[in-house]
Design a protein around this ligand. Structure first.
Ligand code: NIG
Ligand code: FE
Length: 399
């Protein structure tokens, strides 16, 4: 049976860029969008969803999360508010290692259950595609355990889950070189042969891997058929954005300290910049990414949550959309493109995902507001009415 989303006040199609249709309808057949605009209902067997007075956007795409983990880090949060730096906590064996210890002690079942309940929550906030990274195992078995949980989420979750192997940090009591050899000779080949991840990501920064080490790992992953991402320039200028351009990463994420020259390199190499304003909020970082330069050079800015227990416990993408404007000064329209079309680009899914046009996947959010600017403005309110994934309603505030 076909579905007609009827008579929306505004439809943001996000085809190529910010585009808006006033007073329009969307016809869905099966999993796919068939027609757009003013649609005649005559003679069709159709389920009608009344969208009068509502805004319709593509389903939100969160292209950067670490949502499989155990435990929480409120003690470190309090310490940071009292003035202790994130880097200092990390150097004392906390930070990522705190979550690694909790995650190693958790069973696959426990990790699956907690991650699935997070996914159910993020659906209520409009996310219809989510990338999920490993990275809290730090041994071959530990990372494989998390990737198997992600695979199970992928098979059972109502939304699309994109799996990423994250090479996160160097655990204690192993030499850097030995750890990297182990990653390249054991972990990446096994992940590639079992097809447990689509992307390989690495944390290239002062407290984790150097450019040389990151280069070695990303090259191996690329040779074995994985697509690439990188955590670059989050805590310092790590050289990670330039490396992303050199090795052909699909996206480079964080980019707080990235320079104009490096942005130019990213542009030439078609690397999608993913900005994570929730992390800036929680780390209370004064320095902000050079948004003006990204816009001037016409890079397709994506925004994502970076949901993780240490530096960003926010998974609600509407909040992240507001923060992109509030903290980074990203125009409201660009923030919305950043959480849909450009986020899909960061996962290599555009235009199947991230836009509303005939042939695209019917992933949609119906918002209970009549003007898209309210999506960013109504920061404290939940304004989602309906979420559809591949043509099926997966969240309905009336039910
Ligand atoms: O993206 N930068 C590395 N990883 C996360 C933080 C992880 C943690 O602190 O647990 C991030 O900010
Ligand atoms: Fe991250």
């Amino acid at each position: 049976m076909a579905i007609l989303i009827n008579n929306a006040a505004q439809i943001l199609t996000m085809c190529n860029n910010f585009t808006l249709i006033s007073e329009g309808s969307i016809l869905i057949e099966g999993e796919t969008i068939r027609e757009l605009g003013s649609i005649s209902k005559k003679g069709k067997k159709i389920d009608i969803i009344d969208a009068q007075g509502c805004v319709v956007t593509p389903g939100l795409v969160d292209s950067h999360t670490h949502l499989v983990f155990a435990g929480s880090r409120e003690e470190e949060f309090s310490a940071r508010i009292a003035g202790v730096r994130y880097e200092t906590i990390t150097k004392k064996g906390g930070g990522i290692m705190t979550t690694v210890r909790h995650t190693r002690n958790a069973t696959e079942e426990e990790l699956y259950n907690s991650a699935m309940s997070r996914i159910k929550n993020l659906i209520k906030h409009g996310t219809t595609t989510v990338e999920v990274k490993s990275g809290y195992g730090l041994t071959t078995d530990g990372e494989l355990k998390i990737l198997r949980v992600i695979k199970r989420l992928q098979e059972t979750s109502p939304i699309d889950v994109i799996p990423t192997l994250l090479i996160h940090t160097i655990p204690p009591r192993i030499k850097r070189r030995d750890y990297i050899d182990q990653i390249n000779s054991e972990l990446i080949p096994q992940v590639a042969s079992e097809k447990l991840a689509q992307f390989c990501d690495i944390f290239c920064d002062s407290i984790a891997f150097s450019v040389r080490e990151s280069h070695k790992v990303l090259k191996k992953a690329r040779d074995l058929g994985l697509k690439l991402k990188i955590h670059a320039d989050e805590l310092s200028n790590s050289g990670g954005a330039a490396l992303a351009a050199e090795v052909g990463c699909t996206s480079a994420d964080h980019l707080i300290y990235t320079t104009k020259l490096e942005i130019e390199k990213m542009k030439k190499a078609n690397v999608v910049p993913v900005l994570l304003p929730g992390t800036s909020l929680f780390l209370r970082t004064r320095k902000k990414p050079d948004v003006r330069c990204f816009i001037k050079m016409e890079l397709p800015i994506a925004i994502a949550s970076d949901f993780n227990p240490g530096t960003c416990p926010i998974y609600a993408m509407p909040k992240i959309i507001s923060l992109a404007s509030l903290l980074y000064g990203i125009p409201v329209e660009r923030a919305l493109v950043g959480a849909t079309a450009n986020a899909a680009r960061a996962l290599d899914l555009y235009p199947k995902v991230g836009c509303i046009q005939p042939g695209a996947q019917a992933d949609l959010v119906v918002w209970a507001v009549d003007n898209y600017k309210k999506i960013s403005y109504q920061f404290g309110e939940d304004i989602i009415k309906l979420v559809l994934k591949r043509g099926k309603i997966i969240y309905d505030t009336n039910c």
